[in-house]
Design a protein around this ligand. Structure first.
Ligand code: 9MR
Length: 569
């Protein structure tokens, strides 16, 4: 049996953990179970059984069967699963399966850095590039940037940070959730005693060897940018955060960052951005305290000022129309950002003013909704539920934990109802759907931490199976991981598809994923009539299905670090 380019046996193409779930999906309209065999690399059948018929799957539009080979406990490389004479792509079964992805998905952020040369010694020559946006010609920014007309009458130094995605804008709301996820990944790993894997000299970053965990070095590059985006004291709306900064017009594809000659502009402050700053700076104050007391204090001061400014200006909303040259990141409801910021400030300071804001928020008792850049309440819930010693009554903390495990139970139920065990419903294939999968999988992982119940860990791991090839397209959405993986994500420098002298995205780059909305010209042309989970094309022009973005990679990196942890079970 051989794998075809579109094998009907869909596996996690990277593989499976010896102590994790091992399931696959078979595309077949046969209504009777089919025999399956697991072959090792020498072709020997090491396990066999019969499929479970699952029938029509709404998200993929396919008829499916399920294979469960979880009883097999061997390890090795080059396994294949064979059904009806068709073999899956080869895969491994190994405890170290996710070690590489943990590093690569986290190293993505160094390569997205603005304001620093990307060093060939760290990335390989193909990915090296000069520093972008330091005001060196032809760049006009980001060291002396005018506020957009009407915003303010002074200039700012807002260098640094990460480019958001395939574009080179820098947006506080998306920077906030991304930095939070990276820092939270470390905070979580420290609670489980596994922070060494994210420690110093674990990443390909220039700060390796400085005695500080590399994950925190990387997140600090963004945090320093977020701090710079705060309106200075003495200016109108002091303490608020500017919503975003980006080019005055969209740049062409490709445009290497240092070759961008467009005017960079800071856009007016927003309450949402201000609360993203308050939340991430409060988290920063807590998590960096053991490593750099001065930075921790700077973060806390900024967080307090941001919180006060947001309370004074609670409804300054970024408009959806402000999308020339960069994304709008509009948000009409900032109640969830208030809750998240209050939760972070409470967890860091224990102060009653923040506790009162938490307990008065409608989000404190609502079911835990899925989080994303525009909906951040569950980030606050995760912090309240997991950080030791939060100053809330014990029964209240128990209740918040229960909201998270209930949400996790909901995701398990959603997964169980589908041919491809995805923790989003058939209606959930929107722009960046892959990050809805990783974000929901994070909640499953948190539920595992809170309860120790294996079904939650299994759900988190099975979500990775979907992303790494067990899906409607038989494709891994992570560059370099799996036999068939995305490699033409929308990006202005990793634009090999448009210019052969430029590289593909580096290993560990995560595509946005299927988007039934078909919101770009390439998707409209190539994907008419697609089933939701098949509305994806690995084409650089399809920014609505195939962009990379810091909020998506941050969530993947969080999940990869969770999956890579050895649990000795
Ligand atoms: O992730 C964002 C998605 O939720 C929105 O629907 C979409 C359109 O507004 O924008 C996405 O964010 C993009 C941002 O606007 C600009 N940089 C690239 C981001 C990822 O595609």
């Amino acid at each position: 049996a051989t794998a075809t380019a579109d094998a009907p046996v869909r596996v996690n193409q990277l593989g499976y953990l010896p102590d994790g779930p091992k399931r696959a999906t078979v595309v077949s309209s046969t209504t009777a179970p089919l025999p399956w065999q697991l072959h090792d690399s020498s072709g020997t059948v090491v396990a066999s059984g019969a499929t479970t018929v699952r029938g029509a799957d709404q998200a993929s539009g396919q008829s499916t069967h399920q294979v469960d080979f979880g009883a097999y406990t061997g390890t090795g490389t080059g396994f294949t699963l064979v059904v009806g004479g068709q073999a899956s792509h080869p895969f491994d079964i190994s405890a170290s399966l996710y070690d590489g992805l943990r590093t690569d998905s986290m190293s993505f952020f160094y390569q997205q850095r603005s304001g620093i040369a990307i060093d060939a010694a760290l990335t390989g020559a193909a990915y090296a590039r000069p520093a972008g946006h330091l005001g060196v010609a032809p760049n006009k920014g980001d060291t002396n940037v005018p506020c957009q007309a009407g915003g303010c009458d002074y200039r700012l130094d807002v260098r640094g940070g990460w480019y958001d995605a395939g574009d080179q804008g820098k947006y506080v709301v998306n920077g906030g959730i991304s930095a939070w996820e990276i820092v939270n990944s470390f905070e979580r790993a420290r609670r489980s005693g596994a922070e060494a894997a994210l420690g110093d000299s674990t990443l390909r970053v220039p700060e390796r060897g400085n005695g500080i965990p590399d994950v925190l070095d990387e997140a600090r590059w963004e945090l320093e940018f977020l701090l710079r985006m705060q309106v200075p004291a003495g200016k109108p709306m002091a303490g608020m955060a500017f919503h975003k900064m980006h080019d005055a017009e969209w740049t062409a594809l490709p445009t290497r960052p240092d070759l961008d000659d467009k005017q960079r502009e800071v856009h007016p402050p927003s309450t949402a951005a201000t609360l993203n700053l308050a939340a991430t700076a409060a988290q920063c104050a807590r998590v960096y305290a053991p490593y750099d007391a001065a930075f921790s204090a700077r973060c806390l001061d900024s967080a307090r000022r941001a919180w006060a400014a947001a309370k004074a200006h609670p409804d300054v909303l970024a408009p959806a129309t402000d999308n020339t040259g960069g994304g709008a990141y509009e948000d009409a409801d900032v109640s969830d950002e208030f809750y998240w910021a209050a939760a972070e400030l409470l967890a860091t300071t224990g102060e009653s003013q923040y506790r009162d804001a938490v307990t008065a928020s409608p989000h404190h008792t609502k079911p835990a909704d899925g989080f994303w850049w525009g909906g951040t309440a569950t980030l606050g819930r995760i912090t309240l539920a997991t950080v030791p010693g939060v100053n809330l009554p014990a029964d209240d903390l128990t209740r918040v934990r229960g909201l998270l495990t209930s949400a996790a139970d909901g995701y398990l139920c959603t997964m169980a109802g589908q041919g491809y065990a995805v923790p989003i419903p058939a209606t959930g294939y929107v722009w960046g759907s892959n990050s809805a999968v990783t974000n929901n999988a994070m909640v499953l992982a948190v539920a595992y931490e809170l309860t120790g119940q294996q079904r939650y860990r299994a759900g988190a791991l099975e979500s990775l199976d979907y992303l790494l090839g067990r899906n409607a397209l038989d494709l891994s959405y992570v560059t370099g991981y799996g036999e068939r993986s995305s490699e033409n994500q929308h990006h202005r420098f990793w634009a090999h598809q448009n210019d052969a002298s430029l590289p593909h995205p580096p290993a560990g780059s995560f595509a946005g994923g299927p988007n039934a909305g078909l919101e770009d010209p390439v998707a409209k042309a190539k994907l008419p009539g697609c089933a939701p989970a098949a509305c994806y094309v690995d084409d650089i022009g399809s920014y609505s299905t195939n962009e990379v973005a810091i909020n998506w990679n941050a969530s993947l990196a969080w999940l990869a670090a969770f999956a890579a942890e050895r649990r000795g079970t």
